[in-house]
Design a protein around this ligand. Structure first.
Ligand code: CTP
Ligand code: CA
Length: 224
């Protein structure tokens, strides 16, 4: 679908997008990861840029090309992502689409772990920083802070709880019980303080455009 090049409702706005999974190293050759492809986040970065925004895309390990007009910073782990996000602030809006690993290996083994002895090693985990919650609580909180929620059950209810718990303005909820992760289509529910908007299933590129348009309208309301 084509976007009218004269339609630039995000012109003058700086938008931060996080996308992709994170990789949490266990030893030099092993890591913990998840099935996020980065497609939805990259599509949102592309749509925001197409609507005129200056876009900083903080990307975990993915195999996607950088969208036109987007400044991309690649990271690997949740902690690296948290650092780069912090350095990118202040921004007008932040859209946290990344599937940040909730846990990392407590102890990084600097040498490749070997199969010595009889018992397999136990993997001890520790919790990663919650980047969205940190940004929400920080001094440089964006005017519009949007989180994503990947759920496999009670999608909208979980998203409502998450919106409050993380002090985000919006949570975009998607049901990942099917083949959303890695796929090209998505059906999302936009949970805001005003209610819930259910979008029908559509290509991720179009979900991105619908969101970017709504973000432009919201920013014009908050900060005309
Ligand atoms: N998020 C984050 N940092 C984390 C975990 C999540 O910034 N360490 C962000 C994600 O980018 C997303 C939102 O928080 O925008 C919700 O992520 P989700 O995994 O659904 O929420 P969690 O709080 O991790 O809850 P759970 O996975 O237990 O459902
Ligand atoms: Ca999580």
């Amino acid at each position: 679908f084509a976007i009218d090049p004269a339609h630039r409702p995000l012109f003058g706005r700086h938008v931060l997008v996080t996308a992709g999974p994170t990789h949490e190293p266990i030893d030099p050759v092993r890591y913990i990861a998840n099935r996020s492809s980065g497609k939805q986040g990259f599509a949102i970065a592309a749509a925001a840029a197409a609507l005129g925004a200056r876009v900083t895309l903080v990307a975990g390990p993915v195999t996607l090309p950088t969208p036109p007009g987007v400044d991309r910073i690649d990271v690997e782990s949740a902690r690296e992502m948290a650092d780069v996000v912090k350095k990118t602030l202040p921004v007008d809006a932040a859209i946290m689409v990344a599937a940040v690993a909730d846990w990392r290996s407590k102890d990084y083994a600097p040498e490749k772990m070997k199969k010595r002895g009889s018992a397999p090693p136990a993997l001890l985990l520790t919790e990663n920083p919650d980047i969205l919650a940190q940004v929400a609580a920080g001094k440089q909180r964006p005017k519009l802070l949007v989180g994503f929620a990947a759920e496999t059950e009670d999608v909208v209810e979980n998203a409502k709880t998450k919106r409050k718990r993380k002090a985000a303005d919006w949570i975009v909820a998607n049901d990942v019980s099917g083949d959303v992760m890695g796929g090209d289509a998505n059906a999302v529910h936009i949970v805001t303080g005003e209610g819930v908007e259910d979008l029908p299933e559509m290509p991720k590129d179009q979900v991105a455009l619908e969101l970017a348009e709504r973000i432009a309208v919201a920013l014009d309301r908050i900060d005309p």
